[in-house]
Design a protein around this ligand. Sequence first.
Ligand code: ATP
Length: 441
Amino acid sequence: MSLAKRRGFVFQSSEIYGGLGSVWDYGPLGVELKKNIKERWWRSMVHERHDIEGLDAAILMHPKVWEASGHLSGFTDPLVDCKQCKNRFRADDPRIKGTPGQPDAQCPVCGSKGTLTAPRQFNLMFKTFMGPVEEQAAVIYLRPETAQGIYVNYLNVLQSSRQKIPFGIAQVGKAFRNEITPGNFIFRTREFEQMEMQFFVKPGSESEWFEFWRGERMKWVEGLGIRSEKLRWHQHDKNELAHYAKDAYDIQYEFPFGWQEFEGIHNRTDFDLSNHQKHAGKKLDYLDPKTNERFIPYVVETSAGEDRTTLVVLCDAYREEEVRGEEAAEGGEQRVVLKLKPSLAPLKAAVFPLVNKDGMPEVAHRIHDDLRRHFNVFFDDGGSIGRRYRRQDEAGTPFGITIDGQSTQDQTVTVRDRDTLKQDRVATAQLVEYLTQKLAG
Ligand code: ATP
């Protein structure tokens, strides 16, 4: 967290006012990292597939959507209050000792015994008012998941794109949940982004597609460069299943605070489409052109949290290391390094004139100007070269390009690899190609 703040990945929202509970802002490096993850997701889920279309539905939706989807009645968490200190907890908060509502229960904040109420259901949706006069305005909700925007548009997309079932719709967008016990940095927040894909299939084929998407999503996660021993599957048991799901698997990561989910694959059956058909009074069934059968499609959902995936990527990349060799003398023997996959790194390279004289700054500026047309690159001429390398290690920048005395003579530069610390001498004219190759994948 300290690195994330210091280097401009993540800041607390409204920090000068003391912060807003569990809301975070992404700084210059954070926004690039997030964007790279989202683009990678979009490429693999939309551009590389013939059977998935993209969508960007609005956050605000007709209030009946949430009646139909079951979120008004079912999107709740059991909650307990402490009558003594007035704090509020999720009933399953592991810090609570004993059974809430019973004399043995102990408040995890004030330590009082018997002061916790029995669990009550608390709806997680944020409410607001639409229209100019609050009393007459319609109560509407900030969407708690992006999926519903996909369901209510599924026929629009199907018809306009001339897709046939099986096909999917993908969307990246904000979702809001008034979580009772948010926390663990950007792991559980009240405003977050989701990367969701709903795949519409013929009833009876959903189990096969469910397995297919489990495989695809794990491959994608591994492609982010995450260490495989830190990843595992968790199947939901009956008590964990969401109100719409028949089967669900989470992909979990071993965070510093334990194994937790960051993506879910869900068999949502025809629950959502059938309910929308009922509540909206509009036919949402599909006519199979080959067999002339009519059916309401089943849905296999892949639902990833963008912020949580970013946290996975950051946690997995973070290392504290001993530096050996030449660099140890120049910039201290310890380093903090983000070993981000180069294609995900916010900055792809940093350009350093070795010293600020003898024509080196001019050459360095020229190289920087040339490279920035292709990649997000950084220029740094402040402090010793070792210090400059260390700063880029912390930002996860995979390559350091140094312009030295030789560069002004023979138009070559050194390129230092963040992970191996090895240096290659590369002709300036070859730099774009050199970096393009290294950044692939
Ligand atoms: P949890 O049990 O952690 O509350 P969930 O099972 O309710 O999560 P889903 O409804 O399946 O989560 O949402 C899909 C994904 O959206 C999750 O895997 C997670 O990455 C992300 N997500 C859900 N709630 C939050 C939140 N409050 N903050 C950040 N990301 C979230």
